[in-house]
Write a protein that binds this ligand. Structure first.
Ligand SMILES: [Cu+2]
Length: 309
């Protein structure tokens, strides 16, 4: 490489570095945000493990990407056709070919190992979670039943969404929760972005040989999070939303106790909204606030999720 080519390479590297820095700086993202590569902040240990796996996978992909882009740019910049003479040929280069087989195989094996380990952790079931929620999905809404709790009328405590009211999935923070999923019609999908997890909700899961149970070991902080149906399920799929309210332990205890009692004002068991209003923490609004049928505004959702840290 001549002197002229050397200075040209330095200049090219400097420009590329500058463009990269400006590019990253212009996004206005914090280091933490950059390392999440677009994912929301995790609120369960399972979600955090998946986020770590995601971050390292993207870094591995970027390392491979940078090497490939570098080689392409290097060839484009310094190995353009100069003469009619054929450049040195490297076909049938056995050591090189071995490297090109071994390196990708190692990369795939490492990714496979960490995927399997993470997946086993995320789908692990203990069978003795603190709280059990039966999730019933139907066109186009959700019902959340708490089989461990009965109302004053002897029925299972349940929260049912309607065409005018988005259902609230109220759960305690820092407790393990078991979700049993079931659909009464077509296939839906239970998705809370902050859990980094979705699971299809099948009709007759036993008959369809589907694992309809998953557990989270904790929701790490109190907060309000949005939930969605993530499987196209018909005309009003896009409005099939719910919201999660993770309550501090004392608030949860009061909430679930209220739901087992009769509301003197109505003469009926407390509804989810009535019980939440009675518990009265200012951030856990008794009605859906961030999920309205056609509101897809992501900033509104984040404002709610960061309501309390
Ligand atoms: Cu659905």
């Amino acid at each position: 490489m001549g002197l002229k080519e050397g200075t040209r390479a330095t200049r090219l590297a400097k420009t590329a570095g500058l463009v990269g820095l400006v590019g990253i700086g212009a996004t206005g993202c914090s280091t933490d945000e950059v390392l999440r590569f677009g994912w929301p902040v995790a609120v369960t240990p399972q979600a955090e493990r998946m986020r770590e796996m995601w971050t390292w996978s993207v870094i591995a992909a970027l390392v491979v990407g940078v090497i490939v882009w570098g080689l392409i740019l290097w060839s484009v910049a310094f190995h353009r056709k100069k003469t009619e003479e054929l450049p040195r040929q490297t076909a049938y280069n056995l050591p090189l070919e071995i490297v090109l087989i071994v390196v990708p195989t190692v990369i795939v094996a490492v990714l496979f190992y960490f995927t399997a380990v993470t997946q086993n952790y995320v789908t692990k079931k203990t069978g003795d979670a603190d709280v059990t929620v039966d999730v019933i999905a139907f066109q186009w809404n959700w019902e959340f039943q708490y089989p461990q709790h009965k109302t004053s009328e002897g029925q299972v405590v349940s929260t049912l969404g309607t065409s005018t009211e988005i259902p609230l999935l109220v759960v305690p923070e820092k407790k393990s929760i078991r979700f049993n999923l079931r659909s009464t019609d077509v296939i839906h999908s239970f998705f809370v972005p902050e859990f980094h997890f979705k699971r299809d909700v099948f009709p007759q899961p036993e008959k369809n040989n589907q694992d309809n149970v998953f557990e989270i070991t904790s929701i790490d902080r109190p907060g309000a999070f949005v939930g969605r149906c993530a499987e196209l399920c018909g005309s009003y799929h896009s409005v099939m939303n719910f919201e999660v309210r993770a309550l501090p332990q004392a608030d949860w205890d009061r909430y679930i106790k209220l739901r087992e009692q009769t509301n003197d004002k109505t003469g009926k068991p407390y509804s989810a909204a009535e019980a939440l209003a009675e518990v009265g923490c200012e951030w856990c609004s008794p009605l859906a606030t961030t999920t309205t049928p056609f509101n897809t505004d992501r900033t509104a959702r984040e404002a709610s999720g960061s309501g309390r840290k």
